[in-house]
Ligand binder design. Structure first.
Ligand SMILES: NC(=O)c1ccc[n+]([C@@H]2O[C@H](COP(=O)([O-])OP(=O)(O)OC[C@H]3O[C@@H](n4cnc5c(N)ncnc54)[C@H](O)[C@@H]3O)[C@@H](O)[C@H]2O)c1
Length: 470
């Protein structure tokens, strides 16, 4: 059996959380992913653009072991660094790892900047794995226009955020933060006034996506009534109810929690006018984006007693490193916020758990393997998402042609002229902006013909990158 076929068995995978509204190919997937449909019980045919030991991968920033394991189990050459590298050192490293042959894959987390300059230096780069949520650190446009796919893991920490919010709901209702701080300072302050059970209270979820919907299930299990507001009509889980307007939610909920994206549409979506709509003595939780809540308005609402407690995990400006930086220089209102009672302030840790890191490692590791071995772009943030079912061992004389090209008229005609002497069994093409991705499985291909096909495709003016897997 070739090194390619060394799949990790699913049972040996770390257990990872899943979302009830899972919409991505992730935890259930594995390196031998066979595409959306499988017509054969045979295992997928190992495709090989080159020997797997030739695939060179540079992982920075201490990528989780789960991701490293998936890649090394494939037989790829994986070098791991514990830290990020600044631009000049990164360029040097890319050259050093493989003299005369650049890396094929770079794996990073949020600190490594993959600028156009760095990407330009990595001449053989096929794909970037961001073992994190965001992809701002990568020049996605440059990558797409040079045929470099970029993958990330946007939802692997949903469960972690939902669980944090559950903890915060109870902590706020019982004023746990204040009692704990008092006792740390030596003060015994046993009170029951304005401390509540959460059973029977109404939780209002704004944004019923991956996190909001997961939280909905957990909150109901604790006896809460759940209502939610979302710009999209979404099927309720359990006995939750969608309300038609934001004000309906603000008027009815005892606890309000935000799970919307950042951006212009949600900037300051909770401000003075919204606090006025909320019940007196209600609670606010924000673990979404720092721009969503108008913090000075929150400070006022808490000082008047309108809001009985709040938990904030995200801020308009956040320090770039750990340390004593949460001050008025960073955000003018920081000192005021810190002095309020019954407010839980956490440093953007909603998704920061071991489980989430492992799940991210698995999701991105799998995506890289699928892309390297089969050219499948599902989950890519910068290339069109295209997937063909895996070739099987019943299909020995097949080749998979991947042609990444400028999205201009006439390309398909020219490509099909080149492929036309072979039987094109399946072909899919999609575009994203001015970059298009074509995959075709052709049969009756002799190994000697592969080079001709590759050369012919490479000679087309529309070409960005050609890969032929066989
Ligand atoms: N604190 C953390 O560490 C942490 C970790 C993960 C995610 N997040 C943040 O949590 C938020 C939610 O993440 P998710 O994975 O559930 O996202 P998601 O995309 O799955 O869900 C977002 C939901 O919000 C809805 N929505 C969008 N605009 C809206 C609006 N104006 N009003 C009401 N609903 C609106 C969408 O329709 C969608 O259902 C994001 O901002 C994400 O960045 C924070």
């Amino acid at each position: 059996m070739s090194s390619f076929a060394k799949d990790i068995s699913i049972s040996s995978r770390p257990s990872v959380s899943t979302s009830p509204v899972l919409t991505f190919v992730s935890q259930g997937s594995f390196s031998g992913y066979s595409g959306p449909r499988s017509y054969s019980s045979l295992p997928p045919k190992p495709l090989k653009p080159f020997d797997h030991s030739d695939v060179k991968i540079l992982l920075l920033e201490n990528v989780n072991q789960s991701g490293k394991d998936i890649l090394t189990a494939q037989g790829y050459q994986v070098e791991c660094l514990k830290t990020s590298l600044p631009e000049d050192q990164l360029v040097e490293k890319i050259r050093q790892v493989c003299p005369n042959e650049d890396v094929h894959v770079i794996g990073i987390r949020s600190k490594t900047k993959l600028t156009a300059k760095v990407l330009r230096e990595a001449k053989n780069l096929l794909v970037v794995g961001c073992f994190c949520i965001g992809t701002n650190q990568v020049d996605l446009d440059y990558a797409a226009h040079h045929g470099i796919a970029v993958f990330n893991s946007p939802f692997a920490n949903s469960r972690s955020v939902a669980e944090l919010v559950v903890g915060e709901i109870i902590s706020l209702a019982r004023q746990l933060g204040d009692r704990s701080n008092e006792l740390h300072a030596g003060t015994w302050n046993k009170v029951s006034s304005k401390c509540w059970e959460i059973r029977g209270k109404t939780l209002g979820i704004i944004g019923y996506g991956h996190i909001g919907s997961q939280l909905s299930v957990l909150a109901e299990a604790m006896g809460m009534n759940v209502i939610y507001y979302d710009v999209v009509n979404l099927m309720a889980l359990g006995t939750a109810n969608q309300v038609p307007t934001l004000n309906d939610l603000l008027n009815q909920a005892d606890f309000i929690t935000l799970h919307v994206p950042g951006g212009d549409d949600t900037a300051n979506m909770i401000s003075t006018a919204q606090f006025e709509q909320m019940k007196t003595g209600s609670y606010l939780i924000n673990a979404s984006r720092g721009t969503v809540v108008d913090i000075p308005a929150l400070i006022k609402a808490m000082r008047t007693g309108k809001i009985a407690g709040a938990a904030i995990d995200v801020y308009p400006n956040e320090p770039v490193a750990n340390g004593p930086y949460f001050n008025s220089e960073l955000n003018t209102w920081a000192e005021d916020l810190r002095t309020l009672s019954n407010i839980i302030l956490t440093p953007h840790i909603g998704g920061s758990t071991e489980e989430a890191q492992r799940a991210i490692g698995v999701e991105v590791g799998d995506a890289l393997v699928r892309y390297i071995n089969q050219g499948i772009t599902l989950g890519s943030v910068n290339l069109p998402e295209v997937s063909l079912r895996a070739l099987t061992l019943e299909e020995p004389n097949y080749a998979r042609v991947i042609y990444i090209h400028h999205n201009v008229p006439g390309v398909l005609r020219k490509v099909n002229e080149i492929l036309g002497d072979h039987n094109v069994e399946k072909q899919l093409s999609d575009s994203r902006g001015d970059v298009a991705y074509l995959m075709a499985d052709i049969n009756d291909v002799k190994a000697s013909e592969i080079k001709d096909i590759t050369d012919s495709l490479n000679s087309l003016s529309s070409r960005i990158m050609t890969r032929v897997l066989f």
